[in-house]
Design a protein around this ligand. Structure first.
Ligand code: PXG
Length: 463
């Protein structure tokens, strides 16, 4: 076998990567021409690349490395579990200690009567589970016509056929289609779509689209509503305060199951264990993944309330599951991650230290000439880039403002993502105040450079 190591020249690694590695959500040919950035190490909030750059990771990997990189305890737990029981399934009336312990711990942390965990390997798989779970629930209840699930445009729920269909991203639907029985309503993005309404009125109006959609479909045909407490991949869209209470009221009124997709917002990201607690949502099902293991192992799941678990669980076999549902190594690592989060009071650190400090510095970015609103909940934030703050205007497409700004961040050893004209962050939850200063200094420098280049190109104009 060829040995490919960190010590090979970057160009050689890039050549091999381009030849054989088909990346997710990537323009393959475009990347091959440019060469991928090769990440070689991680420690805390810091990454190192093959050129020796020390990069501050403002995205916690892909919104997941909540306890930071390089925690040896997790490596040790994985090694120990592999030696003891590397794999066994949880089908056929069998179980094992890591799955039992993790399910019990999640049930303890989750609010209300969310007491039952169906494990999956990822957030996408968990959302596919949810589609089958809610449809099965209504079948067993004697209402098989309740099949339709309502979701939001610009929501993200994964990239499998089910997850991608629940998501409201048209480019994803365009590649492979969309499964039947999923309907979308508009998102609560006041900055881009709120027009002359106040944020509060707009939040109510967008939530009421759910009621309109239910009435249009016929309440008896609707199985569930799914939403992220805060849209992540869609650009960290923090809804107006009026939004979720109205969604909750409507779901309650029509007896529709409410699924909170907590893949990003779960496990401390918003300053509580779950985003549903931050926004006062009482879901029947929560989707989890990412921060559950801090990304150290691939694991996800659905946390299911007593009622749904009793109905679906009390009607014979539920024909659904994955080889890796409750994988013992992933479960043991997730459990150790949750132990560290609790012992080191990481959620409290977000709420009492990191969020308040970052909020002050993040909000101040709105003074920058190209930043409109700056929003932050817990440790997930976005800034809207605009050539005209008063009009909340967009840049011309040719300005490529998000990509342009992201390139400056890369050059300044900061990972801050672009989604359209928004820049977003979601750093590891363990970030210190000194590291927040570094993140903000690099963000400002990148914004300054992007601003200067837009001006130089005559692109600091409204669309
Ligand atoms: N739900 C939500 C809310 C997510 O953010 C998924 C489900 C799917 O999870 P898996 O583990 O199947 O990827 C996600 C994943 C981005 C980006 O560009 C975000 C995600 C995945 C890939 C890219 O921000 N979130």
């Amino acid at each position: 076998m060829n040995m490919i190591t960190n010590h090979m020249p970057t160009a050689e690694l890039q050549r091999l990567d381009a030849a054989h590695h088909f990346h997710p959500f990537t323009d393959k040919a475009g990347l091959a021409a440019k060469g991928a950035r090769v990440i070689t190490r991680g420690e805390g909030v810091w990454l190192t690349d093959s050129e020796g750059h020390r990069i501050i990771d403002g995205m916690a990997g892909l919104w997941c490395v909540n306890i930071g990189y390089g925690r040896k305890e997790l490596a040790q737990v994985a090694a120990r579990q592999m030696e003891e029981l590397a794999y066994y399934n949880t089908f056929f009336q069998t179980t094992h200690v890591p799955a039992i312990a993790l399910a019990a711990e999640i049930a303890k942390l989750a609010p209300g009567d969310l007491n039952h965990v169906f494990f999956a390997g990822s957030g996408s798989e968990a959302n596919d589970t949810n589609i089958r779970l809610v449809r099965r629930y209504w079948d067993v209840k004697g209402m098989p016509w309740r099949k339709t699930i309502i979701a939001r445009w610009n929501g993200y729920h994964g990239s499998t056929m089910g997850g991608g269909s629940l998501g409201g991203m048209k480019p994803i639907h365009a590649h492979g289609g969309k499964i039947d029985g999923i309907e979308h309503i508009d998102q609560p993005d006041w900055w881009s779509e709120g027009g002359d309404m106040t944020p509060d009125d707009f939040g109510l109006a967008r939530a009421r689209q759910l009621e309109e959609k239910i009435l249009q479909l016929g309440p008896d045909n609707v199985a569930a509503f799914i939403g992220e407490p805060v849209q992540g991949a869609g650009g960290v869209i923090i809804p107006p305060v009026t939004y979720w209470p109205e969604i909750q009221r409507i779901c309650d009124k029509y007896g529709i199951l409410l699924i909170a997709d907590e893949v990003i917002t779960g496990f401390g990201r918003t300053g509580n264990w779950f985003g549903s607690q931050t926004f006062g949502i009482k879901p029947h099902i929560m989707t989890i993944a990412k921060g559950l293991s801090s990304g150290y192992q691939p694991i996800g799941g659905s946390i299911v309330c007593d009622e749904v678990a009793e109905v679906v669980g009390g009607a014979g076999e539920f024909f659904h599951g994955y080889t890796y549902s409750g994988h013992p190594v992933a479960a043991a690592v997730a459990l150790e991650n949750l132990r560290i989060m609790q012992d080191e009071k990481i959620v409290e650190h977000v709420r009492d230290v990191a969020h308040p400090y970052l909020k002050e510095r993040w909000d101040a970015l709105a003074e920058h000439p190209m930043v409109g609103e700056a929003k932050l909940v817990g440790l997930m934030g976005s800034i809207a880039l605009t050539p005209d703050k008063a009009k909340r205007a967009s840049f011309p497409e040719a300005a490529n403002v998000g990509y342009r700004t992201r390139e400056r961040c890369f050059a300044n050893d900061l990972i801050m993502r672009a989604v359209g004209d928004r820049m977003i962050i979601a750093p590891p939850l363990v970030i210190t105040t000194d590291e927040i200063d570094i993140l903000i200094d690099r963000a400002k420098k990148s914004l300054d450079e992007s601003y200067a280049s837009l001006k130089a190109d005559g692109m600091f104009v409204a669309r």
